[in-house]
Each structure stands twice: as structure tokens, then as C-alpha cells.
Design a protein around this ligand. Structure first.
Ligand code: SF4
Length: 704
């Protein structure tokens, strides 16, 4: 008999959501392996997933007990949970009474479990009385949320991973799944190996490892995505390669789009994008010939000052060709975090309400407020991620509670974020690791339980909800995040927070979804434990989940039809390039690092892949600056400067440079810290930052 005890759980890195079997030996040591029965990964794991156990095994960096600063300028000291929560309660209560509920805010994470996300939203919107609750998912997928809502009526990802094996054309747009969603990419790769006629189009200003399987790489200039997709749409319409029946019966506003696209010229579009007319035509032909067409996209589209427009333009290609609500077809945004989707389900953003209800809808607000039994919910959207830190800087927001995220490194314009945190009256950081640089500014530090140390649920990119087992006890005095939140709420005197388990929170969340498009009232912890994962909606206890939406061609819009949204031809809204700052900086991820490296940065096997930050620069731009591979360059934007090692490469076009986003302070200085440079210009609707387009100059570092 094995001395190991096995627990089924889910990887806590990317939104692919791979199933994991965690094995615990009698001494409590964990190892992990891919779950062969899990429908997502079928036993496979990528390098990050394979090394997930090190994150909990190595406790050297863990926050073990609450720490508190008695006043600004003093060192933090170890305190008891009672002292910590009493202080949080007293400060929040005082600030709310003096300045009103909008003077406090919560900034959370797509790594929070659904139960945690639900509870912090209930606490903030339903009881404190402010909508100042936002998440780092704002930085990665809020443009996709708006795009879906506008075109399909709700924020609903239509398809499943099982559609991958049924498609014969993929457009991977502004994403590098080979590195950022490796197991999903492996499925596409395997499908192409089995069916070599499958066409893969990659749209990316960089030649990334995802291009290795591409039939066509459209290496566009950053920011020209809308022009490209409109040109492809125009070509499809002109060649009558559209699904007229679907358009007539199930969509609105086709004529508007067609009229707008009349002025589009393929040659002008090709020139603007930096590709050839032949390649635009080839892309249109691949799409037109496909029986199953999937678009996959991520940050390259979303993280833009016109992120919503980019989403609209790409979604139009699926609607024009009728590739939605049928096998092997559909638009498919990829979530970067393990539970960004779960956060969307509970309305975990400053402008959303639980279960896809609208904050601007009086009836929806009343419904949720009555269910919670707290205060009236304000119709005023709260501060979004970057707005929250702007408000700390200008003093409108006095206190912020940060959960499971490291904004000092991940938000754009780090120097501004640093000033905001310095200016805050009170900063709470609830996290697992001392590696999070934001801790430097925390007045109160609360030790949280990490992956495998608590139970709960998450939803992956394809709407699949899985249960995460608790495998080991958290170290020291760390507590599950739900417990910290309900203890705080109880101390604040709020009713309805007398939970004793995460399961009770989950049940309440499920009840609130009843009758909505994401109804999961038929899904209990016991079903998840016994039967495995399910894709929402799951409205009855005998319902087997919903792998594909819109098979009945009924969309969530007022008319029941999907809607063509005409992308606006705005003048450029990204930062202007000038003689002083002539290059476009785009940022992204490397294969074995995750976010701000608070977890992956301590795993030796992951560090070896790419141990240090680097600047990818085209040969011509490097030559003009007398830079060689391995030289140290200075990269300067309007906001700051960093030094970093140069990697000269043909994989990036002239006029564009790339920096990975993971690194904060390296050896105590700002070496390679990308977000010292990035602009905090936002998409006006989604409020997602323009991480893919900051104006910079690069020069050779000269020792003074
Ligand atoms: Fe984890 Fe994503 Fe890798 Fe799967 S693909 S093992 S979810 S990091």
C-alpha cells in the first residue's frame, strides 16, 4: 500500500487550468504530477506546473504571522491576529466615518479563489458601501470582457478546449501560448501534427515561439491590429466568403460594418500594418476555407489604449463567417491567471456586479443588495486598478487593502505607484511571500494560506470550474483568505459573515447565480469532488455542464442577435513617438516566470531558463546605437529609466523593443524593471493599460 496520500487539485499559474494530482508523504512533503483523467491536460504539465510544489514546500520566504507598524516611519513588529484585525477594523472604520466609504478600496487578484473574490465583493459593495474593489485582472482581460458584452450581450467565452481538435484554422492574435499557455499550445500543436492541413495564423509584432507552428506570421506594427482585422473583414465581404444566412438571421448591424469598411483599401492597410497585401489575402483565404475557425487572443489585444476596438474587430471575423456556436469554432480569449474567469463570475471588478449583473441596472443592484441584506449598492463605478493608485496619490483614497498581488511591480509607471503607496494613510498587504516588493509600504501585513493550503474553486479560460483540495496546513499563523475577510467583516459589525467554511461561501455564491446566464446552482463541492470539473452554466444538480455556448444562436443581447460593432477609427491614442523617444516598447512574459516572480523566482529549475531581464532589439536599431549582443543599454521613457542587457534579434521589427514584465528590483536596484518605463494611458472603456506601446529611447550604457 502506498504511503502517499493523493489529492486532486488544479494548477495555480495560468488560466489553462491543468488538473494536478498532489501527493503527500507521511512527513507532509508534496510532489505533483499531471492528472491523466483531467479533460484539460490529460496528464501533461508545463515546466511551471511541474514545479508548483516548490512554492509551498520552500517556506523560507513565507509570511508566517501578522506584522504591524504602530505608526508611519516605524518598523513593523510581529503582532497577534486579534491585534492585527482590531487595527484594520479601527483604521477602516475611522476613515470611512470621516471621509466616507469611497475613501477606502480593495485591490485583489485573478489568483484569488472564487470564494475569496465573492466575499471581498460582498464586503465592499454590499456592506462598506463603495465599489472601490478592483483586481489585477484589469491589467490583462478587461478589454475582452467589454468586447464580449458588446458583441454577445454578456461576458461569455463561447467555446471549449475540445473545440481545438475540431478546428481547421486558428488565428492566434497578440498571444504567445507556446510560452504563456503551454499545455493549450501543446494541444494545438498535436492537432496540427495529426492534421497538417490545419492552418495557423499568428498575428504578433514579435516572432515568438508560437510562430514555430504558424503557416502565416503577420508581423504587424504595434497598435495596427484593427486595421489588419478590418482589411481581412473587407476581403471576406468583397469575395462573398461570409455566412449570409447566419448574418441575416442572427446578427445586427452588418450593413453598418459593411458601409464603414467600404473605404478600406488593402494596400493602404498592408502598408500601415507593415505586412503584404498577399499575406492579408492569404489570411482571408485560410479563414474562408475553414470549416472550424478559432480566434485565440490575450494581452497583445487587450493591453492597449484601443483594446476594446481590437476585440471588436477580431470578434467581427467570427461573426462574419458564422463561426460561433458550432463545433471547432468561436472566439476564445485566453486568461492569464488561474481564476480571472471566476472573478468575472462574481462581479469582481469596480464596474461589475455578481453573476453578470450590471452595476448600472437599478433592478440588478436591488436584487443583489436584498440577497446580501446589507446596504444599498452604489451605482457609481469604483476606482479601477490604476485609478485606485492615482486616487491614493492625490489623496482621494486614504486606505487600500491589497490581496495576493504585487502592484509595485505589476502596474504601469512604477514610480507613480511608489508615490501613491507612500502617500496612503494605511496600506494592508495580505499575501503569502515576503518576496512581494509592495510589502515595503505595508502598515499591516496579513499572512495568507497559499495553493494546496486551503480549499476552494477556480474557473479556467473555458468556463471550467474545478475544486482545489487542501493538501497541507498553512505554515505559522497563516490563514485562508476567506477566513481573514470574514473575521474582518464580523469585527466591522456586518451581518451575514458568520461563515465557518469556504463551502458555505461557495453555496451562497451559487445561490446568487440562480436564473442567470452563469447559473451554477446545480454544482456543489460534493459534485466537484466526486465527478470532477464542470463548465458553466450548470443550473441543475443533474446537469452535466455546458461545453459550448450559443449552439441555439440565441445571444444575450436585447434582440437575441450577436452584434457587429464597428471599430472606431480613432486617431492614435497611444503615447506619441518623438525624436527623444522614437522606439515602441512592448512588454510580455517569458516561459518559466510568472507575474512578478514572487513564486517562480524562488524555484531554481525555473530560474535557469531565463535568469535575468533582457532588452530584445532589432539589428538595425542596435547598430544605430552601437549596441552588440550582451552590452548593457539604458532604456529611457518619459517616466523613468532602467539599465538592462541587450539581446539583438531579428525576431523583433525595426522600431520596436521588448522587455519582459516580471522583474522588480534586482539586487536592490531597478535593473530591467519594465514598469519603470511603461505608460499608464488606458483604454477609455475597459480601463486596461496600454502596456504594449510606450515611447522609449535606447542608448549604450556608459560608466561615469
Ligand atoms: Fe499550469 Fe498553465 Fe502550465 Fe497548465 S499550462 S501546468 S495551468 S502553468
Amino acid at each position: 500500500m502506498s504511503v502517499f496520500k493523493s489529492y486532486k487539485t488544479t494548477c495555480s499559474y495560468c488560466g489553462v487550468g491543468c488538473g494536478i494530482i498532489a501527493k503527500k508523504d507521511p512527513k507532509g512533503a508534496i510532489t505533483v504530477e499531471g492528472d491523466p483523467d483531467h479533460p484539460v491536460n490529460r496528464g501533461m504539465l508545463c515546466s511551471k506546473g511541474m514545479n508548483l510544489h516548490h512554492v509551498v514546500q520552500d517556506k523560507s520566504d513565507r509570511i508566517l504571522y501578522p506584522e504591524m507598524r504602530w505608526s508611519k516611519g516605524h518598523e513593523r513588529q510581529r503582532v497577534s491576529w486579534d491585534q492585527a484585525l482590531d487595527r484594520a477594523t479601527s483604521v477602516f472604520d475611522t476613515i470611512i466615518k470621516k471621509y466616507g466609504p469611497d475613501s477606502v478600496g480593495f485591490y485583489v487578484s485573478g489568483q484569488c479563489l472564487t470564494e475569496e473574490y465573492y466575499l471581498v465583493n460582498k464586503l465592499t459593495k454590499g456592506f462598506i458601501g463603495t465599489n472601490n474593489i478592483d483586481t489585477n485582472s484589469r491589467l490583462c482581460m478587461s478589454s475582452a470582457v467589454v468586447g464580449y458584452k458588446q458583441a454577445l450581450g454578456e461576458d461569455s467565452v463561447p467555446i471549449s478546449y475540445e473545440d481545438i481538435e475540431l478546428a481547421d484554422c486558428f488565428m492566434i492574435a497578440g498571444a504567445n501560448p507556446a510560452w504563456c499557455h503551454p499545455i493549450l499550445f501543446r494541444r494545438i500543436e498535436a492537432h496540427k501534427e495529426r492534421k497538417p492541413n490545419t492552418k495557423i495564423i499568428v498575428v504578433d509584432p514579435r516572432k515568438t515561439p508560437s510562430c514555430d507552428i504558424a503557416d502565416l506570421h503577420l508581423q504587424i506594427f504595434p497598435g495596427t491590429d484593427v486595421i489588419l482585422y478590418n482589411a481581412i473583414a473587407k476581403r471576406l465581404i468583397d469575395r462573398k466568403k461570409i455566412d449570409k444566412q447566419f448574418i441575416t438571421n442572427h446578427t445586427d448591424d452588418f450593413e453598418k460594418l459593411k458601409t464603414t469598411l467600404q473605404s478600406v483599401s488593402l494596400s493602404d492597410s498592408a502598408k500601415a500594418c507593415g505586412v503584404t497585401v498577399a499575406d492579408i489575402k492569404k489570411a482571408a483565404t485560410y479563414i474562408a476555407d475553414a470549416k472550424g475557425f478559432i480566434t485565440l487572443w490575450a494581452m497583445g489585444l487587450n493591453q492597449s489604449s484601443i483594446g476594446v476596438n481590437k476585440n471588436n474587430a477580431l470578434l467581427n471575423l467570427s461573426l462574419l463567417t458564422g463561426h460561433i456556436g458550432k463545433p471547432g469554432s468561436g472566439p476564445f480569449s485566453l486568461t492569464g491567471q488561474p481564476n480571472a474567469m471566476g472573478g468575472r463570475e462574481v462581479g469582481g471588478m469596480a464596474n461589475l456586479l455578481a453573476a453578470h449583473r450590471d452595476l448600472g441596472n437599478d433592478e440588478h443592484r436591488r436584487e443583489v443588495a436584498n440577497f446580501w441584506g446589507g446596504k444599498e449598492i452604489s451605482p457609481k463605478p469604483g476606482y479601477t486598478a490604476t485609478e485606485m493608485f492615482d486616487a491614493l496619490e492625490n489623496g482621494k483614497l486614504k486606505a487600500v487593502w491589497i490581496i495576493c498581488t504585487n502592484p509595485l511591480v505589476s502596474l504601469p509607471n512604477s514610480n507613480k505607484v511608489e508615490k501613491a503607496l507612500q502617500n496612503a494613510k494605511f496600506v494592508v498587504v495580505q499575501d503569502i511571500s515576503h518576496r512581494a516588493e509592495t510589502l515595503e509600504f505595508a502598515d499591516l501585513v496579513l499572512p495568507a494560506a497559499g495553493w494546496a493550503e486551503k480549499e476552494g474553486t477556480m474557473t479556467n479560460s473555458e468556463r471550467r470550474i474545478t475544486y482545489l483540495n487542501k493538501v497541507v496546513d498553512p505554515p505559522g499563523e497563516a490563514l485562508p483568505d476567506v477566513e481573514i475577510l470574514w473575521k474582518f467583516a464580523q469585527r466591522m459589525g456586518y451581518k451575514g459573515f458568520d461563515y465557518t467554511s469556504a463551502e458555505e461561501v461557495y453555496k451562497e455564491h451559487c445561490r446568487l447565480t440562480k436564473g442567470t446566464s452563469i447559473d451554477v446552482s446545480g454544482l456543489s463541492y460534493s459534485r466537484l469532488k466526486m465527478e470532477g470539473s464542470f463548465q458553466w452554466p450548470v443550473p441543475e444538480s443533474n446537469h452535466s455542464g455546458t461545453p459550448r455556448l450559443f449552439e441555439d444562436k440565441k445571444f444575450y443581447t436585447d434582440t437575441g442577435n450577436a452584434k457587429f460593432i464597428v471599430p472606431k477609427f480613432n486617431k492614435p491614442t497611444s503615447e506619441l513617438l518623438t525624436e527623444k523617444h522614437p522606439l515602441i516598447l512592448t512588454t510580455g512574459r517569458v516561459r518559466d516566470q510568472w507575474h512578478t516572480r514572487t513564486k517562480t523566482g524562488k524555484v531554481n529549475k525555473l530560474i535557469t531558463h531565463i535568469p535575468d531581464p533582457y532588452l530584445e532589439i532589432n539589428q538595425v536599431d542596435a547598430f544605430l546605437r552601437k549596441l552588440k549582443d550582451g552590452d548593457i543599454a539604458v532604456v529611457e521613457s518619459r517616466r523613468g529609466k532602467v539599465q538592462v542587457k541587450v539581446k539583438v534579434s531579428d525576431n523583433i521589427g525595426k522600431g520596436v523593443v521588448f522587455l519582459p514584465m516580471h522583474w522588480g528590483k534586482v539586487m536592490g536596484n531597478d535593473y530591467g524593471r519594465a514598469n519603470n518605463l511603461t505608460t499608464d494611458i488606458l483604454d477609455p472603456i475597459s480601463k486596461e493599460p496600454d502596456f504594449k506601446y510606450s515611447a522609449v529611447q535606447v542608448s549604450k550604457f556608459v560608466k561615469s
